[in-house]
Design a protein around this ligand. Structure first.
Ligand code: ADP
Ligand code: MG
Length: 489
């Protein structure tokens, strides 16, 4: 009914306005006909164009946005189109312009710009700025990094399923897989994919509020706000925090394993999850392990994660590593100066971490620059990456790897870590390292004792128990240990 009224009004007034444009139209009809080398008036041009557009769209989209449009003139390379309302004007301009320009160029063989008018504008000779009508553009702070996109995510066997599922969710947020749970070791592209989903959604639907947040930031924000609220004896800040999360359309939460140990934040996340999920809001989660493998994560949260789709990203195969190297150097515009054998050398040595692959490329470039811009050769690359690759190979086993990592983190030597020194700055990191080996690598107590400079298995057991108790009381310590574990993975 409403639509009918609008149509009637539109058709009645259109007759009136088209008069104004008759002169221009005739003038251009001649020019246009001449240019195209055949007798084609504007109306026919428009009909042919509409036929082409129709084939590209669903019936409903075509009927709603195009069926009532009319070409009124072509002037100075600009096609002027009359449309029924400013909603049409805004939507055609913002969402269909590429399709319109492409299909019109197919009909005319010429690239034109487009302008859309509504009757009111023609009648009163005014221009209505549709940018200021309707929903203001999304100024919600989404924390999305624009550099992570689907078009610069290189796909191979190991990440194909993850990338496809991510795109499906990006196209239909809330309707495909909810939650989408992406897991895999560090440096395999989880964060990249999550930002790509967020960027895709905000680009295609400016109204959607998307929020990306690393889990440890969620935890620290929540803890801080609760503390502040308790100090001030005012719950307003806590309420605002809760509301902020409840009103978003897409929640992207990275590295959820960092929720382990943060009891109150886990509860808050559980509530947020339920509320968003019940309102069909999309939730996207990443972790370095599958939900089943996140020890100490509440069962009810694991159950929630099972409701959607869980996908893992595997370490990249050789071919994907080569393709990623090619993409990275192409993005820097330097594909010619990077010989094939250097790419192969990097691809063969960086096996399980794409971040490391990027680091190797940067290092080779930096080295070539320092050497006064010398050409990149295999010899130069080997020299540049001497220490870089060695770091990963030098650890003789997993326990040794933990020893190196922990000593580096606390700025002490591996020898000190393995020694009998009892000062806190050495004894505590030693206990932490033993704890990680026992709990996360599930190594046997005797073997850990041997690797830590020949200690008795009861010493190891004591250290493990001590840290177990400490992290229950000390959230900061727990987070610190989680970060170390992530690095190992
Ligand atoms: P994760 O979150 O799994 O630890 P990231 O998403 O941070 O890993 O990825 C590490 C780096 O590797 C980023 O710079 C990212 O852009 C890059 N990267 C990962 N996978 C790909 C890929 N398939 N194509 C291109 N770059 C990738
Ligand atoms: Mg990440």
């Amino acid at each position: 009914m409403v639509k009918e009224c609008v149509n009637q009004r539109f058709n009645k007034n259109y007759a009136h306005f088209s008069l104004k444009f008759t002169l221009i139209s005739v003038e251009y009809m001649v020019k246009v006909s001449y240019k195209w080398g055949e007798k084609m008036d504007l109306e026919n041009v428009w009909l042919t164009f509409l036929e082409k557009v129709k084939k590209q769209l669903s019936d409903i989209s075509y009927e709603t946005w195009f069926s009532e449009s009319k070409l009124i003139a072509i002037e100075d390379g600009v096609v002027k189109v009359l449309v029924p309302s400013h909603v049409h004007k805004k939507n055609l301009k913002e969402h269909y312009i590429d399709l319109i320009e492409e299909k019109f160029a197919e009909v005319t063989g010429t690239n034109f710009k487009f302008e859309f008018y509504i009757e009111e504008e023609l009648e009163n000779n005014i221009v209505i700025n549709t940018d200021e009508i309707g929903i203001p553009s999304n100024n919600f702070e989404s924390n999305l990094d624009p550099k992570y996109r689907f078009d610069n995510f290189v796909i191979g066997k190991s990440n194909k399923f993850a990338a496809t599922s991510a795109l499906a969710v990006a196209e239909q947020p809330g309707n495909m897989y909810n939650p989408l749970f992406i897991y895999g070791s560090s440096g395999l592209g989880k964060t990249h994919l999550m930002h790509a989903i967020g960027n895709y959604i905000t680009e295609n639907n400016k109204k959607m509020k998307v929020l990306y947040i690393p889990c440890d930031k969620f935890v620290s924000d929540f803890v801080e706000i609760c503390r502040k609220s308790a100090n001030d004896n005012n719950m307003e800040a806590t309420k605002q925090f809760k509301n902020k999360y409840r009103e978003i359309d897409v929640l992207i939460i990275d590295d959820i394993h960092n929720l382990v140990g943060a009891v109150s934040a886990q509860q808050e996340f559980f509530n947020t999850f339920n509320e968003l999920y019940n309102n069909n809001k999309q939730i996207i989660i990443s972790s370095d392990r599958s939900p089943e493998d996140i020890k100490k994560l509440e069962e009810r949260l694991k159950t929630r994660f099972n409701w959607g789709l869980q996908i893992d990203i595997l370490p990249p195969e050789f071919e994907l590593r080569m393709n990623i190297i090619n993409k990275k150097i192409e993005m820097q515009g330097l594909e010619n100066g990077f010989p094939e054998n250097v790419k192969e050398y990097i691809a063969s040595n960086c096996v399980g971490d794409i971040r490391k692959l990027e680091g190797a490329i940067t290092r080779v470039y930096a080295y070539a620059t320092i050497m006064n811009g010398s050409a990149i050769t295999l010899d130069l690359a080997v020299e540049a990456l001497k220490d870089f690759f060695v770091q990963t190979i030098v650890a003789k086993n997993k326990i040794d790897q933990v020893i190196q990592l922990v000593s580096e983190n606390y700025n002490i030597s591996p020898e000190d870590l393995k020694s009998k020194k009892k000062t806190n700055n050495i004894a505590i990191p030693r206990q932490i390292a033993m704890y990680i080996c026992r709990i996360y690598l599930e190594e046997n107590l005797t073997k850990i004792g041997i690797e830590f400079g020949g200690k008795n298995h009861t010493t190891v057991m004591h250290a493990v128990d001590k840290i177990k108790n400490e992290i229950l009381k000390d959230e900061a310590l727990n987070n610190e240990i989680q970060k170390l574990i992530n690095k190992i993975r």
